[in-house]
Write a protein of this length. Structure first.
Length: 376
């Protein structure tokens, strides 16, 4: 059972536990097409979210804290046993995911910025078992190499494959190291595919390529801060920040090269071309934005509300809205801006066991907002 199925399986239980004995009034807004209610508040720079089957919500705070929000959103507990993180620039505690067999094994996965020697650091993935308010047996199962200096462009989203056998992760190119993105001997600007214990699937595309990192799934990416599994095809969809313009949506396919920095629809900060817009042998983005919207977390909706069925939701950090995207197969045919009334940077979006979408606002005093279609 994958993460999405696990969430839906908790729907009946959540319906029983999500209403507190003494209901608490929370700020809400009603806009054409949807209703929004503040679900939880006081979260310092939330970055990633993952629901447990019983309706509680794990949320990472960039500075290094993992919190467990109650099913009604009224209380939060700090989870101990998390890895030590580097917190500067865009570094910190990043995404969180639960194991597809969480109900059996209690495993939680975290991506984070891990210190190296001197001033170096790299993206890493750890997992531990959630027992009460602690992660036990926490162990780093994957580390980016080499570790380098610099505060920016770490990625990093986590997503389990539809069959639950593999874990995908997105990795940024670390800003100053774009010359390494086309190098298969590094994991800068790559998506990776590993097993839940960190071992390498032997059908990964570069397992038998001399000098290549065997965990690499696709390459030629810039800074991917969104990634999600298509609920029907099972493919791994990602978004990435372009430079000045050229943010992209891609389907990360085995062994494919997405061009950065040789191909982009963006330009240098302050002006000036970077490479070309198209190049033979390199994948075209499914969709791109000029100017950049600074895309963040993304989620395919496959819950009970038919009006949202099949739509792709992506947060915009720069323009402070939730982008609701209508697709025709792999073609974007319509974009609609949601949550503009809040005027806050959107960092992540996930679906809850109740079929609502939960959206994290990236602020020092961050909030999570629950949204449903009008009249749901």
């Amino acid at each position: 059972m994958n993460r999405r199925d696990a969430l839906l399986s908790g729907l009946a239980l959540t319906a029983l536990i999500s209403t507190p004995a003494c209901a608490q009034t929370k700020p809400s807004t009603s806009v054409e097409g949807y209703d929004a209610t503040v679900f939880a508040e006081g979260i310092e720079q939330p970055w990633g979210m993952a629901f447990l089957p019983d309706g509680r919500l794990l949320v990472t705070e960039k500075a290094g804290t993992l919190k467990l929000i109650s099913a009604d959103g009224n209380s939060a507990q700090v989870i101990t046993g998390t890895p030590e993180v580097v917190d500067y620039g865009q570094a910190g505690l990043l995404d969180v995911a639960i194991d597809p067999k969480f109900s059996e094994n209690g495993l939680v996965y975290l991506s984070f910025s891990e210190a190296g020697e001197g001033d170096t650091a790299g993206t890493a993935i750890a997992r531990g078992k959630l027992e009460g308010t602690a992660l036990t047996g926490t162990k780093v199962i994957w580390q980016q190499s080499p570790k380098v200096e610099g505060p920016n462009h770490w990625g990093s989203r986590l997503a389990f494959s539809k069959d639950g056998q593999y874990l995908f992760a997105t990795l940024g190119e670390r800003a100053s190291y774009r010359d390494k993105v086309q190098d298969l001997g590094t994991t800068f600007g790559k998506t990776i595919r590993i097993k839940p214990d960190g071992s390498i699937p032997q059908d990964n595309p570069f397992v038998k390529t001399a000098g290549a990192k065997p965990e690499i799934w696709s390459y030629g990416h810039r800074n991917m801060q969104g990634g999600t599994i298509h609920p029907v095809t099972g493919e791994f969809w990602t978004n990435e920040h372009g430079p000045q313009g050229g943010d992209e949506i891609n389907i990360a396919r085995a062994g494919k090269n997405y061009g950065w920095p040789l191909v982009t629809y963006g330009e240098e900060y302050g002006g000036g071309r970077i490479g070309v817009k198209q190049k033979a042998g390199m994948e075209e983005p499914l969709h791109y934005w000029v100017p950049s919207i600074a895309p963040s977390g993304m989620w395919f909706y496959d819950g009970p509300h038919a009006v949202w069925q099949g739509k792709l939701f992506i947060g915009s950090l720069k323009f402070k809205y939730l982008d609701m995207i209508t697709l025709d197969g792999e073609k974007v045919v319509k974009e609609e801006k949601l949550l503009t009334e809040f005027r806050e940077r959107i960092r992540d979006v996930v679906m809850g066991p109740d079929g609502a979408l939960y959206v994290a606002f990236d602020n020092a005093d961050g909030r999570i907002v629950r949204i449903v279609p009008k009249g749901a």
